[in-house]
Design a protein. Structure first.
Length: 319
């Protein structure tokens, strides 16, 4: 799991891009432009009050740009003031139509590609196992990134566009078998923006059963495990089980750690004719991944590589 940085400017830009569409759609719903003759929607007075409140820029901006630590308070206030979760199916239909159907899912007013660009992260925040790359040059069929609603839109549709509720992820972590529509409050999940450190996970390994004659032939002789974790996240995302499948990466690092490979390779790179490498670049070449703590997000498995690399003495820097 990777800590995300609070970004007020990006949140404000996000709000400015959505403001007019949200307010106009709220006006249309209040005018009765929702539902059909065969399937009418009745907007109850409490929801009317909420929709009317969105006409005030300050109210809407607070909803869209609220800091992650304030999202639970918004939920409590909303439920107490507007009797939602829905007292009727129509309440939910109104909120879902406004925030999800008419904006988030359409893509015309909420561009996932632009959103992820604002956050500037390359791998899944939850697992650091998969890239979240996307392609924006294809007009008719762009490759869009996955975005998890930390507080799921199926339960909290009014947070479906809130900047700090939208977490870049991979399809595995965002799938039904992992995060899906789970309420984070029920699983002790921490919003990635609220982590105390770059990553609260620490990897280690056991190689007692490693075949010393053919060390790369059988990855199952090595056990990858977590020395430190957030139990709730591990339970939901099954990170310990998933990372057991990456023991072959650890095997390669163990082989590199044997003998004088790091020292000899470091000496060779330092003497390379025509190219100068700094310490971080040399360590990156040694382990085959990024070694700066704040660059974990740039390549899959980088946290695993950094933790095991330090344990083996392949890298030393902690910056």
């Amino acid at each position: 799991m990777i800590k995300l940085k609070i970004n007020p400017d990006a949140a404000k830009d996000h709000y400015q891009g959505l403001k007019a569409r949200i307010q106009q759609r709220a006006v249309n719903i209040l005018a009765g432009n929702i539902g059909t003759a065969n399937n009418p929607v009745v907007v109850n007075p409490n929801i009317v009050l909420f929709l009317e409140s969105l006409a005030t820029d300050a109210n809407l901006e607070h909803l869209i740009t609220a800091l992650p630590e304030h999202l639970p308070a918004i939920i409590n206030h909303f439920q107490a003031t507007y009797s939602v979760p829905a007292t009727s199916i129509d309440d939910f239909r109104v909120l879902k139509n406004l925030f999800v159907d008419s904006i988030y899912d359409l893509g015309q007013h909420f561009n996932k590609l632009d959103f992820v660009k604002r956050i500037n992260i390359d791998t899944c925040v939850y697992c650091n196992r998969n890239y979240i790359y996307y392609l924006s040059g294809m007009v008719n069929d762009p490759i869009k990134p996955e975005i998890d609603h930390f507080f799921p839109k199926t339960t909290f549709p009014y947070l479906a566009l809130s900047f700090y509720n939208l977490i870049p992820s991979c399809s595995t972590c965002n799938g039904r078998e992992a995060k899906g529509t789970k309420n984070p409050s029920d699983y002790d999940l921490v919003n990635p923006y609220l982590l105390d450190e770059v990553s609260p996970f620490l990897f280690s390994y056991n190689a007692e059963n490693m075949d010393v004659l053919r060390p790369l032939a059988n990855k199952f002789g090595i056990r990858v495990y977590l020395k430190k974790m957030l139990a709730g996240h591990n339970g939901v995302f099954k990170l310990d089980k998933l990372y057991e499948q990456h023991a072959d990466h650890v095997a390669e690092l163990i082989v590199k750690g044997k003998g004088r490979y790091p020292d000899a390779y470091r000496e060779y790179l330092n003497s390379y004719d025509g190219i100068k490498f700094d310490d971080f670049e040399i360590e990156r070449l040694i382990i085959g991944n990024y070694t700066k703590v704040d660059e974990i997000h740039k390549r899959p498995l980088s946290k695993l590589y950094q933790d095991i690399g330090r344990e083996l003495g392949l890298i030393n820097k902690l910056k």
